[in-house]
Each structure stands twice: as structure tokens, then as C-alpha cells.
Design a binder for this molecule. Sequence first.
Ligand SMILES: Cc1cc2nc3c(=O)[nH]c(=O)nc-3n(C[C@H](O)[C@H](O)[C@H](O)COP(=O)(O)O)c2cc1C
Length: 340
Amino acid sequence: MSIRLGPFTLDHPFILAPMAGITNSPFRRLMRRMKSSMVVSELVSANGIEYGGQKTLDLLRFHEEERVVGLQVFGERTENLVKACQVVERLGADFVDLNLGCPVPKVVSKGAGSAMCRNPSELGRVLAEMVKSVKIPVTIKIRTGWDANSRNALDVVNAAADAGVTWVAIHGRTRAQGYSGLADWEFIARVKEKSPIPIIGNGDIHTPEVAVEKMRHYGVDAVLIGRGALRNPFIFEQAAALWAGESYLLPEASRYIALIDEQKKMLHECYPARSAMIHARKFLAWYSSGFPGCHEFRGKVFATPDPDVLWEEARLFFEKSAKERDLRFMAQPFLMGGHG
Ligand SMILES: Cc1cc2nc3c(=O)[nH]c(=O)nc-3n(C[C@H](O)[C@H](O)[C@H](O)COP(=O)(O)O)c2cc1C
């Protein structure tokens, strides 16, 4: 049940959403192995790329195994955005995505992120410059609008289509909503109906069943799954199975253990020990939610200073607990802040 998205043929329409501080190269690689049908980096500053600082360049690194892989940029200056597109192309990424959904005051106060969508015709000119400057597809990720009184996503989509943008991903909340309330999928569907280019829907997909329901019910070309993949890293393969008309088995303890072993290896390959620990703690806490004893396990994870003890505790936890998960945990709100 493959799909076409611009020039790419993907195995299915379930895609990991970009998340700053989370969807780094090792996690994107892991999620490609777990069958996310493509991946995109977290937002990277176009002004930072112009500066060429090491931290910024590190964020642009990706592994061949990640393909199809996009790098996401943000910024308010057309000349820097154009240069950023060219750097992304030179680095060999498959597409460049512009973040137009970030609601964070530090970003929008400069006129970047979701602020750029307030004036679709001006945005269209910037996008046209970006598209003209590279051969790889330029894509965008937006919100439904600035606030409830200005949900102008369709105007943004039309301006983007005229500029030659390949697809638009829509997080179904306004900038003013931040992460509160629910994503408005009816609104996304109405934009999709009138859009001349592919639309990827996004927001509040916590289970594989909901992922497939969003695809079928709202007619979008694909969906992005963010936080749902943190509590259930198997969500892509499960959704793909349902999409293909098959069922899926809940993962056994051995699959969690194999997953954390792979993640441990990748984190330690990519980061110094201290940073690897910081990342490991977050992921282990998310993966454990809903399993018996998860609160106690999290306490241990955040208290242990020794990486070997940490991973061993994790192994023991999943061996013992990855049987009866309380799936009500999946829909509980968490991580209510981010850059898109
Ligand atoms: C911690 C965090 C960081 C995020 N960082 C980014 C980002 O760098 N770029 C972006 O376009 N969206 C970012 N987002 C937004 C997500 O891609 C997604 O639109 C949002 O979380 C809603 O989808 P979900 O309900 O499936 O998580 C971030 C979200 C979170 C929670």
C-alpha cells in the first residue's frame, strides 16, 4: 500500500513528526528501522547555518539509513533561507522543509516560524526564492492559522503551491493554541479538499488505530506522528499493518529489549557518554508509560548516574513489565510544548 509524495514513493503514509531535541539522527534512524516511512530533522536555524557554528552543523548530520530524509530549517531572512536550502541540498538530504508552525515567542518575535504565515503573499515570494534555488523538493509545515480569528491555512497552501512547494504538513492547531485543545482534523480535511498539492495531517495521533482512522476519514495524503511514537515506538509498523488490512501483535518484551539495545548502541556511537545518558533517560521514561511499575522505574532511571546500571535496569524492567500495558496512558496529554 505504497503512496506517492512528490517525487518519493513511500511504503505507507505514517511518518515521524519533527521534534526538537528528540528527532536527532540516532532516533530518526531507529524510527526508520521501526518503519516510519520517512523522517525529517528538528528545526535548524538558517541564521545559524549562515554562521556555520558547530552545534548547528551537528544538527544537519544524517545517516544514509535515514533516507528518505529531510532537513528542516527556520528563519526570517530570505537570503539566509535560500542559503540554508542550498546547504541542505549540498549535504545530500532528500528534501528541505521550512518550519512555519513554531509558536515559540523567541522565534515568532523575529518574524520566523508561524509568524511568517500571517502574510501569505509575502511568504509566497520567500518560498518561490527557496524553490528556485535548489533542485530538491521544498516543503513546509504549518499550523491552521495564527489564532481562532485568522485560520488562513488554505491561503498559505495556495501561496505555497503557486511558489512550487511540494507538500504542506498541517498541525491542526492555531499558533495561539500552542499545544492546548485538540487538533482540528475537520479543518485539515477542508483545506485538503481544496489543495492543489499533497497535504499531510498532524496532531494527536496516539494509537495505530487513530492513525489509520485519520487517513481514511479525513482524506489526507499522509500523517505525521510525533508524541505518539515516543510512548509507542512500534506505532508505525502497527499502523502500516492495519493500513494493509492486516492485524498486529502487541510487541513482546524481547522487542522492547532489542529496541533499547539498538538505541543504546546508536546513542553511544553518536554522543559523549553524558549526552547519551540524558537522551536515554527521556526515551526510557516515555517507552515505559502505562506498564506496571513505570513510576518507580522512572525514579530509578533519573537517579542512576551509571550508564551500565541504567541500561540494565531498563532491560530488567521491560523483561518483567512489557506484558500488561494500560493503554489509557496513551491518550493522556504530555510534552505540551514544542517548535511546531
Ligand atoms: C518537544 C517537541 C518538539 C517539537 N519540535 C518541532 C520542530 O522542531 N519542528 C516542527 O516542525 N515541529 C515540532 N514539533 C511539533 C510536532 O512536529 C507536531 O506538530 C506536534 O507535536 C503535534 O503532533 P503530535 O500530537 O503527533 O505530537 C515539536 C513538538 C514537540 C512536542
